[in-house]
Design a protein around this ligand. Structure first.
Ligand SMILES: [Fe+2]
Ligand SMILES: [Fe+2]
Length: 241
């Protein structure tokens, strides 16, 4: 989950540069929004009806409602920047897709699946969501910091909106891991946790490298930083393998 310190420093800087340019900022917020919207485009997220406990069912439904609300919050921010809200940003380049490609289909429930199989798949869904949410929470934290700088310099009011998203994402990180551990046996949990951790890590290097190159090619308003971001993209591509 952790980046080398130099990559963390470059990513923080990248968020500041993104936020400084309204066109690039709207593009980045559309990427966030695409991830928030992903559950609305598939049938296998938030399987509350398969939850063996009403508390977990309630948490899954609340999580689903949170992500739908975040979609609207990001749309409002994009429009506030004068940008266009895009349902299909960069040909459907959605982070969730990248993770799912790396991890395979581990949680799609099929008709005829036994209660035990549904329990196991729900555990996998929770761990898929856990590692995704942890990455999003980190990214959103950096983005909130960048927006705080922007707000104090320009009078915009974006940081409090991002802070509300961050709060929800941290709650999602927490309950998904807790309930996966309760649902799965010890061995199932460790195997599933390793699988989803590796899938997210691989997807992250690939996705970040690609977005970094897109930024340099399309949005790089800071020619003085081109070499730095290009080197960072190169490094992330090597890490992705
Ligand atoms: Fe979200
Ligand atoms: Fe979330």
């Amino acid at each position: 989950m952790r980046f080398p310190l130099i990559v963390t420093a470059v990513k923080r800087l990248w968020h500041t540069d993104l936020a400084a340019d309204p066109v690039a900022h709207a593009w980045a917020l559309n990427l966030y929004r695409a991830g928030e919207r992903h559950p609305q485009t598939v049938a296998d997220y938030f399987p509350a009806n398969d939850a063996p406990d009403p508390e977990l069912a309630g948490l899954l439904r609340r999580h689903q409602a949170d992500e739908e609300r975040h979609t609207k919050m990001y749309a409002a921010l994009i429009e506030g920047l004068g940008g266009r809200v895009l349902d299909d940003v960069d040909d459907g380049d959605v982070y969730n897709h990248q993770i799912r490609q790396a991890g395979g289909d581990t949680f799609g429930v099929r008709e005829g699946d036994s209660p035990n199989e549904r329990r196991r798949k729900l555990g996998h869904f929770l761990l898929h969501a856990h590692f995704l949410e942890a990455r999003i929470a980190q990214s959103v934290a950096w983005h909130k910091d960048a927006c705080e700088g922007l707000d104090s310099g320009t009078g915009t009011t974006m940081a409090p909106v991002i802070a509300r998203v961050q709060e929800d994402e941290e709650r999602h990180v927490d309950y998904t891991a807790r309930w996966a551990q309760m649902l799965l046996t010890g061995r199932e949990f460790h195997e599933a946790r390793d699988l989803h951790r590796r899938a997210e890590a691989a997807a992250n290097w690939r996705f970040s490298a690609r977005q970094c190159r897109t930024w340099v090619a399309r949005h790089g308003q800071r020619p003085d930083r081109r070499a730095l971001y290009t080197a960072c993209a190169w490094f992330m591509e090597r890490m992705a393998g």
